[in-house]
Design a protein around this ligand. Structure first.
Ligand SMILES: [Zn+2]
Length: 707
């Protein structure tokens, strides 16, 4: 429910039903959020928006939507699709408008004022959404419509919208008795307290777990810069003259790729895996209680387990489906990891190491194997990867070949930062389709990583077209110098543009049916990455920035081979963590409170993924995603989406690859459809069957490619 209002109508409705609102509630017309942007496709008026415009727009936006929702809930007329479901879709136009711009800039171009506003507005927004989701009169109307949805004369999308609306309310607890609502609130509060405590304890354990080194010689293998950083970290802890090796959140520690002192490697590794497992910052009690209370919460809401509750709203739909896909990967992944271990042992033996490989040795010796067999010199590659060429002759070119779309710069539209670029995107028939913003360079006031977002979402009901933005953090070149990027950066461009295509091709009626769940959302983006190495696309963009010469074949072959390096280890550690997550969250509500270490050990053994040299990417006691963040029962989702994107890629390969016909089919059956139908069925319609894991195993080099 993130949408517009006819402002005039809303104001009229308000005036008719309430005492005159105080004047202060009105947003001055000078506020650029007060009305729809008059710019092309409602592009944000970045030349007019000032930081002082946000807060009043948020306040007024929430007030307006509250009034709209109350008017729907209190409407004396019997509920209809129009006066309830569509009215909800149309509500909150101003709030959506300001939120879209504000939260984008909070990520990409923030400042102290924006951060202060966010801190003030975030709890208010949470309360605002709760008030809508737990409004009993509103839910009663939705439920009444849901019960007779087959008699309302709706098309499939309209019917699906009612179903999704009902699910949203149910998941918030709308169907519970008042007593059970109180229990749910208590469980939610306890969960929130415990996850916060978990985060605090793991941070503390990670801090105190940092390894102190007395002897400079023991740091052999580290670069001068890393040694200096370790000395600095020691100084900060009043340990002058010593060195401190800080821990990262994963089980494996990057520093283990360099340290040549075996005893020190073991100390670092042990410090990592012991976080939260005993000591002052023990998290085991929290882990056990969280899994227990989540099972109770699921039961209250009518689900057998917490994973069943979470996955009911995902593409996977059931824990059994997610478990099957993960366990299908286990034999190939562990088999490959065992092969990698044997290769590493050979390396150790060839150096007369005289010891048997353990997890603490893996990073150092696999790095040696990488250098010997997979080495990829970025300095050699970069001259062939110039940002603008990769973008226009690679990313845009592939999209043109597949979907027929073309791009025209729109320097006339305002931007929030001078490096940001804007293109108008045209469909194959020449009609304007969308606006695409690109913000590619790193800045001190921009979040790290890369992402896709939107300023305006497509909706036929609201008559809006997509206004989409990609962000990356590439190093900005000196004035006049070419922007040369790594192959990983180039892949990132394809990835984020895959999200952008998903947004730009979206062709749904209702805003609520735009967002797709997290186990699906990375499918279009990861799928689009495949074109980066497609020969016809690659040859079109990978040219020397000065001479225009194509990248030598030997370099291309190295890029392809490097993709499969260490994939046995990486796949196994990931799947082990995903299976642990599912194990914790498929505990039935009446199960006895588990003992954490024993439970984890038994689960890994049960899934046949207990390799001593390849521990889970996170052990339970420091698994932030599931006990400290929002990924409980959802960690599988990253690889679920990868299974699907590789499976879809295999369809393209079977059907002639890069053609307009194939692209159109993918656009019509997947990219244009948002979440307007069941996603597993949507995929089945496209592929002719459910996804299978074999294509992923091939892409990751975990099994031989069929001839
Ligand atoms: Zn992504």
């Amino acid at each position: 429910m993130r949408i517009p209002v006819r402002l005039a109508l809303a104001a009229a409705a308000l005036a008719a039903t309430m005492a005159p609102a105080p004047l202060s509630a009105e947003l001055p017309a000078s506020n650029p959020f007060a009305a729809q942007s008059p710019l092309f496709d409602q592009a944000p008026q970045f030349d007019k928006i000032r930081d002082s415009d946000y807060l009043p727009a948020f306040e007024e936006g929430m007030k307006q939507q509250r009034a709209e929702i109350d008017a729907i809930a209190d409407n004396p007329a019997p509920p209809t699709f129009e006066n309830t479901i569509l009215a909800m879709e149309r509500s909150g136009e101003l709030l959506t408008r300001v939120s879209k711009v504000f939260f984008n800039l909070d990520q990409s171009n923030t400042n102290e004022t924006i951060q202060k506003i966010k801190a003030e507005v975030a709890p208010k927004l949470a309360a605002h959404n709760d008030a809508i989701n737990l409004n009993p009169k509103l839910y009663a109307r939705v439920k009444a419509l849901y019960d007779r949805r087959d008699t309302l004369g709706l098309d499939a999308e309209g019917k699906y919208l009612i179903e999704r609306d009902r699910v949203g309310f149910i998941r918030s607890g709308a169907e519970l008795s008042d007593a059970d609502k109180a229990v749910l609130t208590k469980l939610d509060e306890e969960e929130s307290t415990l996850t916060t405590r978990f985060v605090d304890k793991v941070l503390a354990a990670t801090n105190t777990g940092a390894v102190v080194v007395d002897d400079r010689k023991k740091l052999a293998g580290l670069s001068e810069g890393d040694v200096a950083a370790a000395a600095e970290a020691a100084k900060e802890r009043n340990l002058e003259g010593k060195w401190v090796l800080a821990l990262q959140n994963t089980t494996q520690q990057p520093v283990l790729g360099s340290l040549t002192d075996r005893a020190l490697r073991q100390r670092v590794f042990d410090a990592s895996v012991k976080r939260g497992d005993g000591g002052a910052d023990d998290t085991r009690e929290i882990v056990a209680r969280l899994s227990e209370l989540r099972a109770q919460k699921a039961k209250l809401l009518g689900f057998p387990t917490y994973a069943a509750y979470v996955l009911d709203d995902e593409m996977a739909r059931t824990p059994q489906n997610a478990l099957k896909l993960m366990t299908d990967i286990v034999p190939a992944a562990t088999g490959k990891a065992n092969g990698e271990a044997a290769r590493i042992q050979k390396q150790i033996d060839s150096e007369k190491g005289g010891f048997t490989l353990t997890a603490a040795d893996w990073e150092l010796y696999s790095e040696k194997v990488r250098k010997a067999e997979y080495d990829l010199d970025q300095a050699e590659l970069k001259p062939y990867l110039e940002l603008d060429r990769v973008l226009q002759d690679g990313v845009f070119f592939a999209a043109n070949q597949l979907y027929g779309i073309t791009f025209k710069p729109r320097p006339d539209l305002p931007v929030y930062q001078p490096d940001v670029r804007v293109w108008e995107v045209f469909d194959a028939d020449g009609k304007s389709l969308a606006l695409y913003y690109g913000d590619y360079f790193q800045r001190s006031n921009k979040s790290g990583g890369a992402w896709c977002d939107s300023f305006v979402d497509q909706s036929r009901l609201l008559g809006t077209k997509p206004v989409v933005v990609n962000n990356t953090n590439f190093t900005k070149p000196a004035p006049g110098a070419p922007a040369l990027i790594s192959f990983e950066n180039a892949t990132t461009l394809f990835h984020e543009f895959g999200h952008a295509l998903h947004g730009m091709f979206q062709n749904v009626n209702y805003p609520t049916l735009a967002a797709t769940p997290r186990d699906f959302v990375e499918f279009p983006s990861q799928f689009n990455e495949h074109w980066a190495l497609e020969p016809a696309v690659f040859a079109h963009y990978a040219k020397h920035h000065a001479t225009g010469a194509p990248m030598p074949d030997a370099l291309v072959a190295k890029i392809k081979k490097a993709k499969t390096f260490n994939q046995g280890y990486m796949t196994t550690e990931y799947v082990a963590a995903a299976l642990l997550d599912l194990a914790w969250h498929t505990l039935p509500p009446d199960a006895p409170k588990p003992e954490v270490d024993a439970f984890e050990k038994a689960a890994l053994a049960r899934f046949q993924i207990a390799l001593p040299d390849v521990p889970p990417r996170y052990h339970s006691t420091y698994f932030f995603h599931i006990f400290g963040g929002g990924y409980a029962a959802g960690y599988y989702g990253y690889m679920w989406a990868e299974v699907i994107d590789d499976d879809a890629w295999s369809w393209f390969k079977e059907n002639g690859g890069l053609t307009r016909k194939n692209g159109q089919r993918f656009r019509d059956m997947i990219l244009s459809r948002g979440h307007s139908e069941d996603l597993a069925q949507m995929y089945r319609n496209f592929r002719g069957r459910d996804p299978i894991v074999q294509p992923l195993l091939e892409e990751r080099g975990l099994m031989a490619r069929p001839k």
